[in-house]
Design a protein around this ligand. Structure first.
Ligand SMILES: CC(C)CCC[C@@H](C)[C@H]1CC[C@H]2[C@@H]3CC=C4C[C@@H](O[C@@H]5O[C@H](CO)[C@@H](O)[C@H](O)[C@H]5O)CC[C@]4(C)[C@H]3CC[C@]12C
Length: 885
């Protein structure tokens, strides 16, 4: 296996002309020269990309969607949860987002721009605010010798500033949740390294919730004379939205001293009627640092006055007091400068923080007010920006230590390739930048669906949600539904391994929704039929649209009636047991067991012929919602058998012998039917319809086995599939879907014909789903096919991050040529399943121990996974065998 392989990084860095490597920049990560241009420019999937036969098949949906879209956008004046007519065009600009989990995000581009905003929960606004910049000022002997905006842009506005930093001199390096930009200053013998740190810390449920980030500027002076160096941060009050001009915004300087540490800066009060917030830039006071500010300036025209102010003496001179509120139509900005001396041939550094305090939020319906998680530590009064900044500036070194301890075992593992290390950490951006919200559970809310624990239901306020809050993230920035469950199945590995309490909290919410119903009838666009929004005892598709009232109104998705989807209930059962296996939380298992029984009972109706195996219903009734399955299928049938298998396991754990016997019998009969109806000697057929394409090779055919393995099952007593058949199926997928597709360089196509041509029969069978590919790679690793697994996943990483310029916006899908679908998508978080597979399948003394503890009671940084596989008794295994009282 290659280690430290950077062949394609070489392409991304080919225009870099300097030899400088910056200060403290790690070896592994995603690295790109600021002058790089991606050659390939892909387009979003549109109706015109649909083949004639698929147009004919989807004509009804197309017409119904158009009517629905018109009503939504033109009459209700709302944004559709999926806007098929206004896909986000590809901008190959994004870098690591700023901020912790669930407090809103501001994404910076890899060239330093502030360009993607999610301050209103779940709602994205893509706009580069050009006045938001860092500027450097170098002074020698009391004279300014160099002043430069650290941006390669040359905008038509702000002409009084010195733009156009030469991109060939600088590079960006992301290893999320940190990122570095290295700027050698041409002709100055000075190199600046900006390190961006966000508090995204596994097993930490406090600082990880904070809406803050820190920028540490390291200044290296290679001259044999000293310099005075100032860095200025300019920020507009707002996000480039039309609200910025709505009037009433105002700024004020602040100073806060606490526990012997002082910070000062500027507060930018953004006084909108909906979700007002305060943005705050600050710096820590130290003896040889000079902090100065400009409370307010107008970010239009040349802005030469501000520029001249800094150039004069390396500091800013502001009028005292706060600025008057803006007039309608007017924008305001503020600036903060920090300066320090840098000795000859020496170093110094400057620290800035950026915080945004929006403690109370409403979603699109404006029906309820929610409070964000961080208010537990910083209050709900909307006055927390100074203390958030103080906390960030005095704690970021601790955060970094925790991040380093967590990442170190993986980064130092020389058996792992460099691209994988980048993929693993950088894909994690979506936990934060997935429109994520993390709120407190309101005192009056009842997640039990009305059936109280004393009646055998869930607690109204489950302890996990009470203590750790409520968590939701979008299916994708373009597919605006929270916690889309069929997709979360893949992505959930990141949460359960890194923030297991959030994973369990989400499960309690889903469980609550299972026992609830909303019998309002509505039109489902694919079938054209009316049916209820949500019926009882089935898992919802999603927990709602942030532009409506999530948790309150679930199932924003109305393409299909998902009450009849075959995968959702099974994915709940599989996650429950995997989560229990990884956390050993017996209360969780006890609470979820009746819900698992209920959803399995609902699922039984899909076994219409009583052979122990469920059947698909002849439409796209599962996560591949554009790919029809008829009769027993490899995907849903496999998930079913795996679920029945874990029901056996859980029945044993809860000491329910009758349930064990029942599920054991189903497993025996179902396995035989699965084998008979789907096994073709080499792999499991896509479905058993007997139609022309039913023997397509599906890359995801072993998803059930994947979850069994991730749960320490799949062998011995709790086995659902013969090992040799799984291995043969994976080999077929590798040979056909991976190696016979796009020269083996783009991951695995969803569906492949046995003769080696992609299955073009549906709009999704010839797509590559990046999250599915990472999951497939995980199964391969579990089954001992490490080389193949890495090779498979590498194709996706290199395609997305190095070829297509989709860093920090990994899409759901791409085709071999030309198009992609749904940018910034949840599913690719499944890369963490690869890490789980590596952790559990490597010899124990060499395994990088990186994931979760069984109890996870206290915030931790580095952790150890303690799992054992079935038939390989260990301490954990003996725990699993024990009954739960
Ligand atoms: C008459 C016209 C000229 C032709 C119109 C054809 C189109 C109406 C359809 C062709 C392709 C369809 C889309 C394919 C994929 C979709 C994704 C889906 O949402 C989520 O997708 C995930 C899979 O990627 C799934 O796992 C999640 O659970 C879903 O939430 C929503 C539908 C659609 C956009 C689909 C809609 C119709 C077409 C554009």
């Amino acid at each position: 296996m290659e280690s430290g392989d950077n062949s394609s990084t070489a392409e991304l860095m080919s225009r870099y002309v300097s030899l400088e490597l910056g200060y403290g920049v790690p070896k592994d990560g995603w690295r790109i020269c600021l002058a790089h241009e991606f050659k390939e420019k892909r387009k979003p999937f549109q109706a015109k990309d649909v083949s004639l036969s698929n147009i004919v098949e989807h004509i009804g949906l197309g017409v119904r969607y158009l009517k629905w879209w018109y009503k939504k956008t033109q009459i209700e004046k709302k944004a559709p949860f999926i806007d098929m007519f206004r896909a986000i065009p590809l901008r190959q600009i994004y870098g690591a987002p700023l901020g912790g989990i669930g407090g809103g995000t501001i994404t910076r581009g890899w060239r330093g721009e502030f360009c993607r905003w999610q301050l209103n929960p779940g709602m994205y606004h893509y706009k580069t605010v050009i006045a938001n910049q860092f500027t450097v000022c170098l002074r020698r002997g009391g004279q300014t010798v160099y002043q430069q905006v650290l941006s390669v842009e040359r905008p038509p506005t702000l002409q009084g500033w010195n733009w156009g930093y030469c991109g060939e001199y600088a590079f960006y390096h992301a290893l999320y949740p940190r990122a570095w930009t290295v700027y050698p200053l041409p002709g100055q013998n000075v190199t600046l390294t900006c390190r961006q740190v966000s508090p995204v810390i596994p097993h930490d449920y406090q600082d990880s919730s904070l809406p803050v980030a820190v920028f540490v500027w390291d200044i290296e002076n290679k001259n044999d004379y000293p310099l005075d160096v100032s860095i200025m941060l300019t920020m507009v009050n707002g996000s480039g939205h039309k609200d910025d001009k709505s009037g009433g915004h105002w700024n004020e300087p602040f100073h806060l001293e606490k526990a012997g540490e002082s910070v000062s800066g500027v507060l930018l009060h953004h006084c909108t009627t909906v979700n007002p917030y305060t943005l705050c830039m600050a710096a820590r006071e130290q003896s040889d640092r000079e902090i100065s500010h400009q409370t307010a300036f107008s970010p239009k025209g040349t802005c030469g006055v501000l520029w001249g102010d800094l150039i004069a003496d390396g500091r800013l001179d502001s009028p005292t007091g706060s600025s008057p509120p803006t007039q309608k139509g007017e924008k305001v900005a503020a600036a903060l400068a920090v300066g320090c001396p840098v000795p000859a041939q020496g170093h110094n550094d400057l620290e800035f923080s950026l915080a945004w305090d929006m403690p109370n939020i409403t979603f699109g319906s404006r029906e309820r007010e929610h409070v964000r998680r961080y208010t537990r530590f910083f209050g709900t009064k909307a006055d927390a920006a100074p203390s958030l900044s103080h906390h960030a500036l005095t704690h970021y070194r601790l955060w970094e230590r925790s991040i380093e301890e967590w990442q170190r075992p993986i980064l130092q593992d020389s058996s792992l390739p460099s691209w994988y290390k980048s993929a693993l950490f950088n894909e994690l951006y979506f936990v934060v930048d997935g429109g994520t919200v993390w709120t407190e559970l309101p005192e009056d809310s009842d997640v039990s669906g009305g059936l109280r624990s004393e009646d055998g239901g869930l607690p109204a306020q489950p302890a996990i949600i009470k203590e750790y809050g409520r968590f939701a993230y979008l299916e994708g920035q373009e597919y605006r539904m929270y916690n889309t469950y069929d997709v979360h199945f893949y992505a959930s590995f990141a949460l359960i391994m890194l923030w297991p309490k959030l994973a369990l909290s989400l499960q309690y919410d889903i469980a609550g929704s299972v026992v609830s119903c909303d019998l309002t009838e509505r039109l489902h666009l694919m079938s054209g039929r009316n049916s209820p929004v949500k019926v009882k005892n089935v898992v919802p598709h999603d927990i709602g649209d942030p532009d409506d009232e999530p948790w309150q109104r679930v199932n924003a998705y109305l393409i299909h009636d998902t009450a009849d989807w075959k995968d959702l209930n099974l994915k709940f059962v599989l996650q429950v047991y995997r989560d229990f296996h990884l956390t050993q939380d017996t209360q969780y298992l006890q609470d979820m067991w009746p819900i698992c029984q209920a959803v399995m009972e609902s699922e039984m109706k899909f076994d219409t012929d009583g052979d122990g195996l469920i059947e698909n219903s002849g439409y796209a009734d599962q996560t591949y919602d554009g790919w029809t399955a008829t009769g027993p299928s490899a995907y849903c049938g496999g998930l079913w058998l795996a679920s029945v298998c874990v029901m056996c396991k859980m029945a044993r754990l809860v000491n329910n012998e009758a349930a064990f016997q029942r599920f054991r019998d189903i497993l025996d009969r179902g396995s035989a039917a699965f084998d008979k109806l789907l096994w073709n000697g080499q792999y499991y057929n896509y479905d058993s319809s007997g139609q022309d394409l039913s023997n397509s090779v599906m890359s995801d055919q072993c998803a059930g086995q994947w979850f069994l393995r991730a749960s320490g099952l799949g062998d011995g007593q709790f086995q659902a599939f013969p090992k040799e058949k799984i291995c043969s199926a994976l080999k077929s997928v590798f040979d056909l879907n991976v190696m016979s597709f796009a020269g083996g360089q783009m991951g695995a196509v969803n569906g492949m014909r046995p003769e080696g041509v992609p299955d073009h029969s549906s709009v999704q069978s010839d797509e590559v789903w990046i999250g599915v590919v990472y999951g497939l790679a995980a199964i391969m690793i579990h089954e001992g096919m490490l080389e193949e697994g890495l090779r498979t996943a590498e194709g996706c990483y290199r395609t997305v991050w190095e070829r297509l310029g989709m860093a920090f916006q990994t899409p759901e899908a791409y085709c071999e040529k030309g198009i992609y679908r749904s940018l910034a998508y949840m599913r690719p978080l499944s890369i963490w399943a690869m890490q789980l597979a590596l952790d559990t399948s490597q010899p124990r003394d060499q395994a990088p121990k990186t994931t979760t503890t069984p109890t996870d009671q206290a915030p931790q940084t580095t952790t150890t996974i303690q799992t054992a596989t079935e038939g390989e008794p260990g301490q954990k295994e003996s725990q699993d065998q024990g009954h739960i009282p």
